[in-house]
Ligand binder design. Sequence first.
Ligand code: FES
Length: 183
Amino acid sequence: MTDDRSKDEETTAVPDTPHVDQAVPRRRFLDNSWKVLGVALVAEAAWTSYDLLKPAAASGFGGVVNAGAVDDFIEEGSVAYSLNGRFYVTQYQGGLRALYQKCPHLGCKVPWNPATGEFKCPCHGSVFNLIGEYQSGPAPRGMDRFPVTIENNQVIVDTSAFVEGPPPGTNEGPAPGPTGTSG
Ligand code: FES
């Protein structure tokens, strides 16, 4: 009986723990694992830093702004303000213009006045017509504007760089006056 049990123990015995000569590959494995982990951590840190520091795709002022559907700008003489983009989109004879709200004189925000049909700067009184052309006051030129494109029936305004407004004396737009437009 005892002999049988010892036979069973022999056949089901747990393999011996590794000898010293088997510990060397294990140590090497652990060393390599630490190196791989270290490289992974550095890569992760680099990616996280890049993710935080990379320039974000701008969708507000300074980048490309969707001003809305073209259908929102079909009314003749309409003026729509984009708070996000800091510009007005005006419609005149089918043409859309995105006028920068910043006065070309000293930079005050220029509001649209639908009652008088003009943009009038509250700081020193410069006046511009519906399409931002200079009418009077100390401003050196018309209101600056941003490039406008139509994409998929949307009015897209690129506010990354403005184009200087036309010089005084340019009068292709309507004279100021009540237009019954929204502002
Ligand atoms: Fe607009 Fe001076 S800042 S007129």
